[in-house]
Design a protein around this ligand. Sequence first.
Ligand SMILES: [Zn+2]
Length: 158
Amino acid sequence: MARRTSRTARTRTSARSAPGTAALTPTPPTAPAGPCPCGRGEPYGACCGRFHTGAAAAPTPELLMRSRYSAFALLDAPYLLRTWAPATRPARLDLDPGTRWTGLEILETTGGSAFHPAGTVTFRARFREGGRDGELLERSRFERYGGAWVYVDGTFPE
Ligand SMILES: [Zn+2]
């Protein structure tokens, strides 16, 4: 019994520390332990995943922006609608599964602290669609609504 226990423990340890293991069996991006699509370098479950499940609300416009990017990447339309200001929210949202979001870069943020009623996030999002790479440069506006940040609309800076 003791011997079997120690062998099991050793096997588990070596599997975890074996070089290249992660590359051979990558954790899917959508798994809680997999990398978050928003690129912050956190596991999905500890990053945008907790906002997507409703376990927490994004505390800043930047984190809401990141979680909305991740929701686009994961085709989570209900989350996008839930975090959209009622005044500008579309009746429905059809996400194109043919668009693959490949990277997010936050360029600038304004406002958005606990003392601000609004904030903006300027970002560049890269995507791949129909075999071609594209990018979206947008300055998004966010407001507080019912105590949580919501997306209002966006403009496209030069
Ligand atoms: Zn994230």
